[in-house]
Design a protein around this ligand. Structure first.
Ligand code: NAD
Length: 449
């Protein structure tokens, strides 16, 4: 059987499917199939069973180590105070300091952040960087806040969780709704709180900083670049020539726009994009750089002069070689999955596919390249930033790219090997490859005392 045959047709063995339920019962979790955290844990536990992870290790991974929830007041521009809710979830740190982005979004919730923290643990392990998994967020709509309000929200949130993070303990980064400027405010606030003599080293508390403040070259494009490296490693086997392929995107923010520009440089053609403002299509091709400029000026893809508007369902039905979700979680439901006309779905976003959507894609023979592999480039270059900050030696951009390529290609190969070894789909295989490493470390450490 070829590699390709082994993927899209196979589901995780049924023998494993009942096992997560036992752990859910043991931990007294009332399983809700629509809860992203429960879905994520279930998928991880199925893989854990396949790799033979010890029962106590499965129990450890089924819950985060720490769930921090804070409320903090912020002075708004009109003089009144609003109370904001923030989260930091630290899932696991057996491989190294907790690591994960901070999201500003109105739908941020504890269980959502818990799911994303689990994915960070898996992602860091899969690409073999010495970090654990965490995630944070503030429930707010950054599009409705002024720059001054965003700065005050960031500074108050940083101070509210400052005792629970640290450069060698828990290192946040940007995610949806946050960027390098927000990381600069965050790092500055944290370092102001620290004693003078460790102030400059304290900037290491976040990655994704502007280059002028210790950020790494290549961090802004890193997630898109990592996805492109994964596609280069994987698409040949799937009979897709990257230089001649057509692709569509959900989301044209950091991940989406960089992926589009980098694939465009390789000769691939972007034909359709959906974002929070609407969808656009041009079968002859949408120039990624011109669209990036348009989005920077107008805030979204609609009204782009060189493409037609189309409705959401029509967007999903556009025929492409590779369909790339790079926006929010859970957008590819079973209904949307039935519409997708692509050979491959490459998950740029975290958890963009529901379990039902996943099943439909599998039945339809559409290969899914999972998020913990495809979007691990961001955290990998965050790790490079952290190493450069620690050593005060800064790497040229091509060094960053070369090292990133190594991590991504090796991770992709690990997933391919795990898929063959465990006869499962790519998502399960990516968790198997991640858990393999975590299990070995737990075996070596044991459980204290
Ligand atoms: P971003 O805030 O820069 O962009 C988000 C994009 O999603 C925007 O284009 C927005 O229009 C779009 N969007 C929002 N709501 C939408 C909706 N309802 N329908 C369609 N599009 C919608 O965020 P980002 O940093 O590009 O992150 C995108 C995804 O990638 C997230 O899942 C994030 O967790 C993941 N990710 C990001 C990084 C990173 O380095 N930035 C790293 C790993 C994973």
């Amino acid at each position: 059987m070829s590699d390709t045959d082994a993927t899209a047709t196979q589901t995780p063995p049924n023998v494993a499917a009942h096992l997560p339920a036992t752990i859910f019962e043991e931990l007294d979790i009332a399983r809700d199939p629509n809860n992203l955290f429960h879905q994520t844990i279930e998928q991880v536990l199925i893989a854990a069973e396949l790799v033979g992870l010890a029962h106590h290790q499965q129990i450890i991974l089924a819950q985060p180590k720490n769930e921090i929830m804070v409320h903090f007041p912020v002075l708004m521009d009109d003089g009144h105070h609003d109370l904001f809710k923030g989260y930091r979830v630290q899932h696991n740190n057996v491989l190294g300091p907790y690591k994960g982005g901070i999201r500003y979004h109105p739908q941020v919730s504890l269980d959502h952040i818990k799911a994303l923290a689990v994915l960070m643990t898996m992602k860091c392990s899969l690409v073999r960087i010495p970090f654990g998994g965490a995630k944070g967020g503030v429930k707010c709509n950054p599009r409705e806040l002024s720059a001054d309000e965003l700065m005050r929200v960031t500074r108050r949130f940083c101070s509210a969780i400052s005792n629970q993070i640290g450069p060698d303990y828990d290192v946040p980064a940007p995610d949806v709704g946050t960027n390098a400027q927000i990381m600069a405010w965050f790092a500055d606030t944290y370092s102001q709180i620290m004693p003078e003599h460790i102030r400059s080293d304290s900037l290491r508390v976040v990655t994704g900083k502007p280059v002028e403040m210790g950020g790494s070259l290549g961090r802004d494009k890193a997630t898109g670049q990592g996805l492109v490296y994964v596609l280069q490693e994987m698409l040949g086997e799937l009979d897709i020539d990257i230089r001649a392929m057509k692709f569509s995107l959900i989301g044209f923010g950091n991940v989406g726009s960089w992926t589009a520009r980098l694939l465009g440089e390789l000769g691939a053609t972007l034909t359709a994009v959906l974002d929070h403002t609407g969808a656009i299509h041009n079968e002859k091709g949408i120039d990624p750089q011109t669209l990036t400029d348009h989005v920077a000026q107008t805030g979204g893809v609609v009204k782009f002069a060189h493409a037609k508007a189309l409705n959401e369902d029509d967007f999903y039905s556009i025929s492409v070689d590779v369909f790339i979700p790079a926006a929010l979680e859970q957008m590819i439901t079973s209904d949307k999955a039935k519409l997708i006309e692509a050979k491959v779905v490459a998950e740029g976003a975290n958890a963009p596919t529901t379990p039902e959507g996943d099943a439909v894609l599998r039945e339809r023979g559409i290969e899914v390249l999972p998020a913990i592999l495809c979007n691990a480039g961001g955290v990998t270059v965050s790790y490079f930033e952290w190493v450069q900050n620690k050593s005060s030696v800064y790497w040229p951009a091509d060094d960053v790219d070369r090292r990133l390529n190594q991590h991504m290609v090796l991770a992709a190969r690990r997933v391919k090997l795990a898929r063959i070894k465990h006869e499962c789909d790519m998502r399960t295989a990516s968790y198997c490859a991640a858990l393999d490493q975590i299990g070995k470390v737990y075996d070596l450490c044991g459980v204290f005392p």
